[in-house]
Design a protein around this ligand. Structure first.
Ligand SMILES: Nc1ncnc2c1ncn2[C@@H]1O[C@H](COP(=O)(O)OP(=O)(O)OP(=O)(O)O)[C@@H](O)[C@H]1O
Ligand SMILES: [Mg+2]
Length: 389
């Protein structure tokens, strides 16, 4: 069928044509906004899940929800080399600029900008991000925890005085280092105690809840942790059939079942199968035969993009470690078994490679002494790459 009208949307952070299976998270964020708007407290959201399950898409949805409510929202992606201070300064700058468009808020925003300026003077970018005000604010002590809290309080108070709220949406939280995560959680704690309308939602790999708990013990009371993963059969079916139906295309039950089986209900894979099944189908019906024809194309697209993107980032010794995990089978493996497979004489021998792979976000530790891939179906990909021919 026509590529031009193809509704499916595989990609990083690309909006799905039908967002399914995320009602709980969406309802919770809605509750958070409403309660904060009423001056009540509510736990922030911390969402964790494997690669490609739709974390970024959820954050974009939250952003829309906040904006729809007349709030100001900033979404930021943490990277390997991101500094929290810098990222937060940029987000605050954006929010304050938007708030300063409200005529009666100009003076108030000017004061908040002083705090931001002293905060951002401590970033490597220094003055560049500053907003041209001479007097120093209070968030430039150099103590990250203190400064982050000061800036967040200032943002929350400014929004409150404007009769609205601000939302901070952080993607890839697992890349924050320990001190940064501590500072962020502390800041949110201060904001929550002051009942300010600052909503926070963060997303990260499955290691995120543990990292948050290690950073601050009270993280458990501050956040509502929500794991997101593959969709159940009903939601997966809807995610596939609704977009087609809206274009008068039917996906027959056998075809839908096959896609759900092959994809395990993982959102990214559903979009890929939807896309390719659409492309190979002839008329207004997608059948099991189309899915069979689409399957190798899906694998080839995934191999060239979704999977290889991650694999390329590994060094040769990291790849050996990855292959050892994959050869042991699907699902979590013990580090002891991986070590044995690699001929290591002690557990210590593989620990720095393992730490590097965790740092790159390729593997995580679901339990003490275990490792697993952060990318669904990754073991299968690695075995496929290694297969002769
Ligand atoms: N609830 C959903 N239903 C159907 N498709 C979805 C859903 N959520 C996300 N998708 C699709 O899944 C793909 C991956 O989404 P997204 O990039 O948000 O995942 P992610 O968890 O952020 O991945 P990563 O960890 O790699 O950043 C996109 O193509 C998106 O359209
Ligand atoms: Mg993402």
């Amino acid at each position: 069928m026509d590529a031009r009208t193809n509704p499916y949307a595989p990609g990083a952070g690309t909006r799905p044509p039908a967002l399914r299976g995320r009602d709980r998270q969406i309802d919770q964020f809605d509750l958070l906004l409403n309660r904060l708007a009423d001056g009540r407290s509510e736990r922030s959201l911390l969402i964790d899940g494997l690669r490609g399950v739709g974390k970024t898409v959820l954050l974009s949805t939250f952003k829309d929800m906040a904006v729809e409510k007349g709030w100001y929202a900033a979404k930021l992606e943490v990277r390997h080399d991101t500094e929290l201070r810098q990222a937060l300064a940029r987000a605050a700058l954006k929010l304050l600029r938007e708030l300063s468009a409200i005529e009666r808020m100009k003076e108030r925003v000017r004061r908040a900008s002083q705090v931001l300026k002293s905060f951002s003077l401590r970033t490597p970018e220094g003055i560049e991000i500053g907003v041209g005000i001479d007097t120093a604010g209070t968030a430039g002590s150099g103590d990250l925890e203190f400064d982050v809290a000061e800036l967040m309080l200032e943002l929350g108070q400014t929004a409150q005085e404007a009769g609205t709220g601000v939302a901070l949406l952080f993607d890839e939280i697992q890349f924050l280092d320990r001190t940064e995560l501590e500072a962020l959680i502390h800041g949110l704690h201060e904001v929550a105690q002051a009942n300010l309308p600052l909503a926070f939602a963060g997303c990260g790999l499955p290691s995120t809840p543990a990292l948050a708990g290690q950073a601050k013990t009270y993280a458990e009371r501050l956040f509502l942790f929500q794991g997101v993963g593959s969709l159940d059969r009903k939601d997966a079916q809807d995610a596939l059939t609704i977009p087609a139906a809206s274009l008068k295309v039917r996906i027959d039950q056998a075809a839908a079942d096959q896609i759900i089986d092959l994809s395990d209900g993982y959102p990214y894979f559903l979009q890929e199968y939807g896309k390719h099944a659409w492309l190979v189908a002839n008329d207004s019906e997608i059948t099991a035969k189309d899915v069979r024809r689409a399957h190798p194309r899906v694998l080839s697209d995934l191999d060239d993009g979704f999977f290889s993107l991650r694999y390329q980032r590994a060094t040769e010794s990291e790849r050996r470690y990855i292959r050892a995990i994959a050869d042991l089978g699907d699902g979590p493996q013990t580090t002891a078994d991986v070590g044995t497979a690699l001929g290591h004489e002690s557990l210590q021998q593989g620990s720095s490679t393992r730490a590097d792979l965790i740092g790159k976000g390729l593997i995580f530790s679901p339990r003490r002494g275990q490792v697993d891939f952060t990318v669904p179906h990754f073991a299968d990909y690695v075995r496929r790459m290694d297969a002769p021919g």
